[in-house]
Write a protein that binds this ligand. Sequence first.
Ligand code: C2E
Ligand code: MG
Ligand code: MG
Ligand code: MG
Length: 283
Amino acid sequence: HAKSHERGHCVIFSREHEALIRDEHQLEAALRHADLDAELSLVFQPIYEARGIVLTGVEALARWQSPILGQVTPDRLVAMAERLGMINQVTLILFAKALTEMARLPREIGMNFNLSVHDIASPETVQELIRMIAASRIAPQRLTFEITETAVISDCAAARAVLGRLRYLGARIAMDDFGTGYSSLGMLHQIPLDLIKVDRSFAAGMTTPSGRAMIAAIRSLAQSLSLDCVIEGIENEAQLMEVSLLGCRYAQGYLLGRPVPMETLLRTIREDRKNGQTALAAA
Ligand code: C2E
Ligand code: MG
Ligand code: MG
Ligand code: MG
């Protein structure tokens, strides 16, 4: 009996495995044949200065509406684009859209844009980003490029040079998802950085004593390196309170705002200004 059970289990596993492989093939085909300019878009999630709950910037997040697969998450899009050698192209298409949308935002609001490790490893891509910024008449000071620890680890010297060029323009560099995955504390002072974004897994535990201690340690590390600090994944009032108590400057998360199309964001900004307060303060 046990044996047939095991065999049954095995069959299920291999079907699941097959399904996974089929999904990957479908994703690959859909991406190869995608009309990227038409199918890719950006949504924008607000980033607030935590103390006064003042909107200071937004993070641009990719959305892919595939006519074959429907909505595909950006994690899957990016991973497949990297595998197929299409990520540079995807990045440049998204960045063009980001600059266009940015022109619609009030000047004091900045925009964060995510870069892949393969973008940082490609001098031509970075050159093109720089050319696009110059052609856009958007002040580079309004831009923050988000990179991940893995992106930096893979080639520290090259990353430093490329990030230095973006920073020389006046753009800022943020370390995204800080505290996850690869331990690269030593890297923090070796690459040009302005900001760390503390991964949302830390926000989830920040109202417990040990969770608070973790954030306090990250925050003091950031402070000693003169880096600003964003806590990601703020989902409730208690967490938002902690952000200010711990002296972290910025907060981002569903409590403060979900990623939305530019049209919706602009409407919210207009309404907030009319009321002379933020949506949250009014709530
Ligand atoms: P990320 O850069 O760390 O972006 C934050 C992710 O957390 C977003 O997911 C956002 O919707 C989600 N998030 C924000 N606040 C909350 C919250 O309070 N609770 C929870 N549970 N989640 C929250 P999204 O849009 O699915 O993006 C996932 C990842 O895909 C991003 O993580 C980023 O690594 C990557 N990505 C997105 N857009 C791009 C892009 O244009 N280029 C590249 N290279 N990567 C991108
Ligand atoms: Mg990010
Ligand atoms: Mg993040
Ligand atoms: Mg992430």
